[in-house]
Design a protein. Structure first.
Length: 216
């Protein structure tokens, strides 16, 4: 199956390239690759960049449960303490002051981007939410929630493009946090759920062979 998939994927790229508008390129739905994917078992798969992949209500709930993360006056997410901009507040405080999930949806999703700002929004969301990966404990809790949520809507396999940045020890600790999240969800929800990590090697000074072991 793997060879067939790679062959179909290559043919698809030759026909459409790597930039596809699924709303306009209707021919996509008649390709052998699309029909191959339709026949795959086990429900849906998900490939996503890290950080902002939970629904906004879940994102807000996560931040409310972690007062060590604050929202800056510019709507960034920042680790509390030294370096946090003046006026930063916890999610719980902002909700008490009257902000709602919809306010954050407008700021943190393409709904608030406008036609000429979509790319700025796409780049900015990683800056806004990068602090979710500040510590291994945050990574573990966030992705435990991610795996549980997506399993609840029928996703059995999640593929994440994750930032193994910082020192070797930092990156390994984050990798282990992903694995602990997976172990938790397998124990509490479904032993069949799977996770694949696609690492952003460019965010490290040196690629460590142990990352390959973690991703196995």
């Amino acid at each position: 199956m793997s060879r067939e998939f790679e062959s179909l994927k290559t043919a698809f790229k030759e026909q459409f390239g790597t930039s596809i508008d699924f709303l306009r390129d209707r021919a996509v739905y008649d390709t052998p690759l699309f029909k191959f994917l339709q026949k795959l078992p086990k429900g849906a798969d998900l490939h996503a960049h890290c950080d902002a992949i939970l629904p906004m209500s879940e994102q807000v709930a996560f931040l409310k449960d972690h007062p060590e993360l604050e929202i800056t006056p510019e709507w960034q997410i920042h680790y509390s303490g030294v370096g946090a901009p003046y006026g930063s507040k916890t999610m719980a405080k902002l909700l008490d002051e009257g902000l709602t999930v919809e306010d954050f949806r407008r700021q943190w999703t393409v709904l608030g981007a406008g036609e000429i700002r979509t790319w700025d929004w796409f780049e900015g969301i990683f800056i806004k939410c990068g602090s979710i990966c500040t510590t291994p404990s945050l990574v573990q809790d966030y992705y435990t929630r991610v795996l549980k949520y997506y399993h609840s809507i029928g996703v059995w396999h999640v593929e994440l493009r994750c930032p193994f940045f910082g020192t070797r020890e930092d990156a390994l600790a984050r990798g282990e946090a992903f694995l602990h999240a997976l172990e938790t969800v397998r124990a509490e929800v479904d032993p069949a759920i799977t996770l694949r990590i696609v690492a952003c090697a460019g965010k490290n000074d040196v690629w460590d062979p142990q990352f390959d072991t973690l991703m196995e």
